[in-house]
Write a protein of this length. Structure first.
Lengths: 391, 181
């Protein structure tokens, strides 16, 4: 360091110390501040709580930020790269991230893995290598964990469609299976997993060791003409999946070795308005967004982002949230939003909170009971939102 | 009545790929995947249906009613009816050309778009240009007949940079494959 630059540095240091002193004087709480030198350290956090939500930074921002819905305060961050998929260990001990990196940043040798983080320290525990995974982002059902927390299923498309099955207890790949024509996974306890297929069926993949036996339900939806949103919701306690289609049809499916699907009902009819359909030139309320629905498992209430428009507007952000009592097939409440929202999730608590974000990456926390906005968190992230699910 | 036919779309696209690309092994894997997929049964009944498709629903979507044919650097250019991403025409590339140094993906998602000048339907392959960071210019997300991940060839969120030297997504092109039958 030259003399001149040293003087500049010393002056700057002096300035910042004086500024600190001025600040200390301004803040009464610091008037009795200890003069003992401090050590840098690192905090730990609790295991995931039902009031917490996890916001993926989306395309524009790496990392998945952890917030407490009650306080609106950030608790920490899980390292997720662009297009990574995060899943929470049902026992709350780990965060799992299915991700892809290259040896030279964006080129070189490709490495696909499930990365394991300790939920208290948020430190890296280990990496579980696997043959590949699909790069897509904003999908909740491309990396799922079995209800017992022992097995991870990672969707792959290379571009043949398949699933990597990962032993999370032994931390190794069990097998990679082909799954032609199907994607969007849901757990199937004691069997393996199930998936939605392009023929309008549910495929069930029974896993025995490294062998997979694939069966299909009868087709029940029109995969090209009225698709089911692939960010559907699975309930671990009821072993039931709730599906929503572009036109607004809602199905439930009991998940077993031979899944059974309910007759659907229309969300618009449940609100007392004309049923949504796929015809052109028909302006109606339609569901839309990247994560357009959230299920409160304990009460069976489905929260759906709805917008007014024409068919094939399924990515449009919602101007309202419709609260659907799925069992009663009724829309029990419509919340008008201040600004359009693209992703929605709900806390699985007795007093549910809605978590929503839009293109700006600002998260809005809304109390379902009152419809009031509790928090607005800027730059929280624009990607999908995850909560701890009951199990 | 089927509003559009994924079977004939996929078949035509695969034939085009088979004739145009040298990446045989990767494409044959894709072919196997698509042929195996239940949406591609290629049954005689599907082909009969494809012979006389009713295109009127496609011409009446909001996008088709407002599309234009003059400026391919705008989201409402007619070929972009199902595009998602940065337009390569705004990133130093062209409608079917990657910007300098970027590499076109040999596979893609597809759309059937209506040209408002002649009212006819055309098959469009939305090939990604790969190997550079996201361009970020002219971001569009049009969704006519865009489906979910279990019909991947009609989903516009997938990063399609398969078989390229880098999977970094740069921008999207809209390549005219031919008239939709």
């Amino acid at each position: 360091m030259s003399k001149t630059s040293f003087r500049i540095f010393a002056a700057a240091l002096c300035g910042s110390l004086l500024a600190s002193a001025a600040l200390a004087q301004a803040a009464p709480a610091d008037t009795k501040a200890s003069v003992e030198p401090e050590e840098s350290d690192t905090l730990t956090i609790d295991p995931p709580k039902p009031t917490w939500f996890f916001v993926d930074g989306g395309w524009d921002m790496p990392g998945t930020s952890i917030f407490d819905g009650e306080s609106g305060k950030m608790k920490g961050m899980v390292e997720t790269r662009r297009l990574a998929d995060m899943a929470i260990d049902p026992a709350g001990k780990y965060y799992y991230v299915a991700e892809t990196i290259w040896s030279k940043n964006d080129r070189g040798t490709r490495q696909d893995m499930v990365t394991v983080y300790d939920s208290k320290t948020l430190n890296l525990v280990t990496e579980i290598a696997m043959p590949g995974r699909l790069l897509i982002g904003s999908r909740k059902n491309n990396f799922i964990i079995s209800d017992d927390g022992k097995t991870g299923y990672v969707y792959d498309f290379s571009p043949t469609s398949g699933v990597n099955i990962v032993d999370l207890a032994k931390r190794k790949l069990i097998t990679a299976i082909e799954l032609p024509g199907c994607a969007s996974l849901m757990p199937n306890p004691g069997v393996g997993f199930s998936a939605l297929c392009s023929d309008g069926s549910i495929a069930t993949v029974a896993i025995k060791g490294t062998k997979a036996d694939i069966t299909h339900t009868a087709p029940f939806f029109a995969a090209s003409d009225d698709p089911i949103f692939d960010n559907f919701a699975y309930d671990r306690i009821k072993k039931q999946t709730t599906f929503l289609t572009y036109t607004g049809q809602i199905y439930t499916a009991k998940i077993s070795a031979t899944p059974t699907v309910s007759a659907p009902f229309s969300i618009q009819a449940a609100a007392g308005i004309r049923v949504g359909d796929a015809k052109p030139l028909d302006v109606n309320w339609y569901p839309g967004g990247r994560q357009p629905m959230a299920l409160h498992r304990a009460t069976g209430m489905l929260f759906v982002l709805m917008h007014k428009g024409e068919y094939w507007s399924h990515k449009a952000s919602g101007d309202e949230v419709w609260q659907v009592d799925v069992a009663a097939q009724k829309v029990v409440k419509r919340f008008v939003l201040e600004e359009p929202m693209n992703n929605i999730e709900v806390s699985q608590t007795d007093k549910p909170l809605l978590y929503m974000n839009g293109e700006k990456g600002e998260v809005h926390v809304m109390d379902v009971a009152t419809g009031e906005e509790k928090h607005k968190i800027e730059k929280a992230g624009g990607g999908i939102i995850t909560v701890l699910e009951p199990s | 009545m089927k509003k559009f036919n994924a079977d004939s779309m996929g078949e035509k696209l695969l034939r085009k790929f088979a004739g145009a690309s040298s990446r045989r092994s990767m494409l044959s894997r894709l072919g196997a995947a698509l042929v195996a997929a239940p949406v591609f049964p290629l049954l005689p009944v599907s082909r009969a249906e494809a012979a006389k498709p009713d295109r009127s629903p496609e011409t009446k979507t909001f996008f088709a009613r407002t599309a234009q044919t003059k400026d391919d650097s705008k989201c409402d250019y007619w070929r972009y009816c199902a595009i998602d991403g940065a337009l390569c025409t705004c990133c130093g590339g062209g409608i079917h050309s990657c910007p300098p140094g970027a590499e076109p993906s040999p596979v893609s998602w597809v759309g059937t778009c209506i040209n408002p000048d002649d009212g006819k339907a055309y098959l469009i392959a939305y090939r990604d240009c790969c190997g550079k960071p996201a361009c970020g210019q002219c971001g569009c997300d049009n969704t006519d007949r865009e489906t979910q991940l279990y019909v991947p060839q009609l989903n516009n969120d997938v990063i399609w940079c398969f078989g390229t030297s880098s999977m970094d997504y740069h921008c999207s092109t809209a390549v005219l494959v031919g008239a939709a039958s």
